[in-house]
Write a protein that binds this ligand. Sequence first.
Ligand code: SF4
Length: 469
Amino acid sequence: MSILINMRTPFRKSHGKITFVLYNKPSNCKGKCIYCFSQKGYTKSTTANEDTTLAKESSWNGRKQLEKRFEIYQLKKDSGIKCDFAVKGDSFASHDEDYLLQYSKEMYDFLNNRTSESLEEAVLLQNEAKDKCVTYKVETRPDQIDENKCLFFAKLGITTVEIGVQSLDDDVLRLNNRGHDSSTVMKTTQLLKRFGFEVCYQIMIGLPFSNLETDKKMLTETLWKNEYAPDALKIYPCLLLKESYVMQKKLRNLYLAGIWKPLNTHDYTVFLEECYPHIPNYVHINRIQRIIPPEKIDAGPASEINRKIFSNISKCLWQRSINNYLDNWNINVNNYTIKEYLQGANGYCFESVLGNDIVLGYSRLNLISKKSALIRDVRVLGDMLLVGQKNEEKIGCQHIGIGTALLNAMEEKARDNHIEFIFIKPAAGSKNWFISRGYIYINEYYLVKIFAGNKEQAISEYQLQIKIS
Ligand code: SF4
């Protein structure tokens, strides 16, 4: 079960891995969003808290932050930890690439216990390392992503890209100075999915120049159209923070002029109650609020909302996850079945479920041409077991075959559709798992399983469908 440590982001190993919240150094995101805030010495849109202070004291160095987290969480190095790198900051893609290469290389070096000559070597060494990176998430602006950036992210071993969407109404985006419109979000989503990333949207409710009707339409309808259909969501209400705490001049002026009318906790809770039943099963809602203490909030929904109050009306993956359902979920869960949902155009989400609805793991597959398919995610929830640890008693979700069952379900779907090649861009530490199940390298980042044809044909299909230019 979860162990809580006195950090802003609690230590958890209940999602099949341990999340390490890490920060990039402050950069210039090039944004001028009117609701954004800043605090001297910290990345825009973040504040001084236990996580950012740890990052600052580590000179924003990824390796040092990881090292400190291992210490704080009392983790034994080289024991087989499954690591989830959650790198935050204003916009990952706005940093120069040399910095990001070095930052990522050093994180892998720490896990590998070796200083590599290059990022490529560090990623390769993950195959033999005891502690493995199984997911690598970053957050970025959608208008800073193009095909080259996707390839670069693939090279770094990134698995999940969170994009700042905020709204899908072009007037709201323009009046909030977002600097991009909804068509950019659409194009970026399709590009990220084509390269095999998990896509998370950050959206904001109660922005200036928006209203609850517009926000409701986005959350219950527009987001789920084929051209968007994100895998995960972070929903944040727009907040005005205390002046003594951060700079947020433009939003404060709109507030004082009566132009921006903030939501309160009650309005926001009612809004979520109305929206939740219309949100599809396949999405994982990661958050509905930022972690900011109420005493630091001047206007906007300040009180913490217990997400479990929505459990009867929400079907989202988070809400139905085994971690939320059972008091003691370290029991035998072997009696699971696999369910399948449509997600966007030619996309599928598979769940392994206990009973009707308790989610033990899930995966995502896209059919990208008549010949090829792309796996974008496979994950098993529950209390983390160490890499290679046996689970002979079959207690809990891990290492009892759920990942393989999800993989088999996706391969079956691919075969049913006469697919010849099934591609995957796994995290640096997950490649061996796929290789042991018949996948082979086509380059440093992508693996393929060939159902018909040969490796040369797989490579040309990859060049045609994924790396187009
Ligand atoms: S892109 Fe993000 S960090 Fe930059 S100004 Fe806008 S909200 Fe703030």
